[in-house]
Design a protein around this ligand. Structure first.
Ligand SMILES: Nc1ncnc2c1ncn2[C@@H]1O[C@H](COP(=O)(O)OP(=O)(O)O)[C@@H](O)[C@H]1O
Ligand SMILES: [Mg+2]
Length: 439
């Protein structure tokens, strides 16, 4: 991409109503624009990051055996009347009527829709387990939308739904998601802590929230330090094997968010030097809810005994658009965003310090072409701007590498590379610079 032809409307100052750093930086970097409270247009740079995160989530869901579908944003109220949630959901649900006066709603989640699909096609335990997921916009008419994409009204969520023949099988499905989630956040460069969450009216132990630490987070977490330090399980685990030990290794360590926190247990189970209290951002939430939807909606399968019984369900959400803000909260400095390589909108900015100078243009074009061929998604800064302005905007938007081409270097056969995260610079031949960036 050539910056002279791109659309990256960076701002010098953040609008006054942006309170937290990620919201400020997303506006300043020209990633999003607010259209209404909690409703955003995604501008080109923001969209590239959103798509990258979405793709990481997709790959890890696929790896764990889930299957992607795309559900509609508009849903029939009648389905929600079947589950009994139409009235319960309250003011957060955006209710709509079509021209035939049928009640529709903009989906805040999709348990009913997916249960309806399941019951239409799947009748036997032999077709289980199944886990279907959806990466789609949701709408919740939040009372206080705030912090930009962190608490929006319209937001992108990955929601997965598992279907199993009994509780033991459902637990295996839950464990897969528990570990897949840890891998997702690790690939995004984040340290996420699974904390026990309120499982709601169903009871039981099976609900976890995944929290990344950030001072601006809305949740307070209490956790055993060893859990915070423990890495993700990695992609090579046997997804069809017994995952319980890997899950238990983590869930046996104390971790709770405010509403589930038990100070006396915290003190009894965690030695003082390991007690960690921090603020964090909820970036995922998984539930096992048993027959909550399958019973009223009659999603039944015939079991090995020939009898029909409601399936055991779970649902698993990742806040994809919230993660854009979450990653920035975790990774920025005074100059702007520092994207982890995995989600950076472009891999390298090629900075032409003297556009119009034949020699400099030639080297910049050569670097741009070579980086494209290496799959590094280069952005060529060919704007007619002062070097200082170029560096400031490229630092702001957080591209992991800058490859700087100027007249002095070109005369000596050299370019400069800068790593955004560390500020470290090296002067090298173009060939050597490409090798460093490719590594
Ligand atoms: N208003 C919102 N804006 C952005 N992301 C959200 C919002 N509400 C929920 N999410 C994300 O979607 C994930 C799944 O949502 P869920 O747990 O069902 O919602 P809740 O946290 O309201 O119970 C959350 O972990 C969070 O990351
Ligand atoms: Mg939640």
């Amino acid at each position: 991409m050539r910056l002279s032809r791109y659309f990256m409307p960076t701002l010098r100052e953040a609008p006054a109503d942006a309170q937290i750093v990620s919201h400020k930086l997303m506006l300043r970097a020209g990633m999003i624009r607010q259209e209404a409270a909690g409703i955003y247009a995604w501008l080109p740079l923001g969209l590239r990051v959103l798509k990258k995160i979405e793709q990481v989530v997709r790959e890890e869901m696929d790896r764990a055996g889930a299957i992607e579908v795309l559900l509609p944003t508009l849903q029939l109220a009648d389905l929600w009347r079947e589950s009994g949630r139409y009235d319960d959901y309250g003011d957060e649900m955006l209710r709509i009527k079509d021209r035939h006066h049928r009640d529709l709603l903009y989906g805040p989640t999709a348990e009913e829709v997916i249960t309806d699909i399941f019951r239409a096609y799947i009748k036997s335990y032999k077709d289980l387990p199944k886990n279907l997921y959806n990466i789609q916009w949701k709408f919740r008419d939040e009372r206080r939308p705030r912090f930009g994409v962190m608490r929006g009204r319209e937001f992108l969520m990955k929601d997965a739904y598992s279907f199993d023949v009994d509780e033991a099988a459902a637990r295996r499905s839950y464990n897969r998601m528990f570990l897949a989630y840890l891998n997702i956040y690790a690939r995004l460069g984040l340290k996420a802590i699974p904390v026990k969450a309120d499982p709601g009216p169903i009871g039981g132990e099976l609900s976890h929230e995944f929290i990344i630490l950030a001072d601006t987070g809305e949740s307070e977490v209490f956790a055993h330090g060893d859990l915070v330090e423990m890495g993700a399980p990695g992609q090579d685990i046997d997804w069809d094997g017994d995952l319980e030990p890997l899950v238990a290794q983590r869930s046996c360590l104390y971790a709770a968010s405010d509403e589930m926190h038990d100070p006396s247990r915290f003190e009894a189970e965690v030695p003082p030097e390991k007690r960690m209290t921090a603020r964090g951002i909820e970036v995922g939430h998984i539930f096992y809810f048993g027959e909550k939807y399958s019973k009223p909606m009659k999603a039944m399968v015939t079991g090995p005994d020939g009898k029909d019984a409601p399936i055991h369900g779970g649902s698993y959400g990742v806040g994809v658009s919230r993660l854009v803000g979450g990653i920035i909260e975790a990774s920025h400095d005074d100059a702007g965003i520092i994207w982890p390589d995995a989600v950076a909108p472009f891999g390298v900015a090629v900075v032409n310090l003297r556009p119009g100078s034949t020699d400099v243009d030639a080297v910049a074009e050569q670097a741009y072409k070579a980086l494209g061929e290496l799959g590094k998604e280069p952005l060529l800064d060919d704007r007619d701007e002062r070097p200082g302005a170029k560096f400031a905007s490229l630092d702001l938007v957080g591209i992991p590498w800058q490859l700087i081409v100027g007249p002095k270097g070109v005369a000596e056969g050299m370019v400069e590379i800068k790593r955004r995260a560390t500020g470290e610079r090296q002067t090298l031949s173009l060939e050597a610079a490409l090798k460093v960036i490719a590594a």
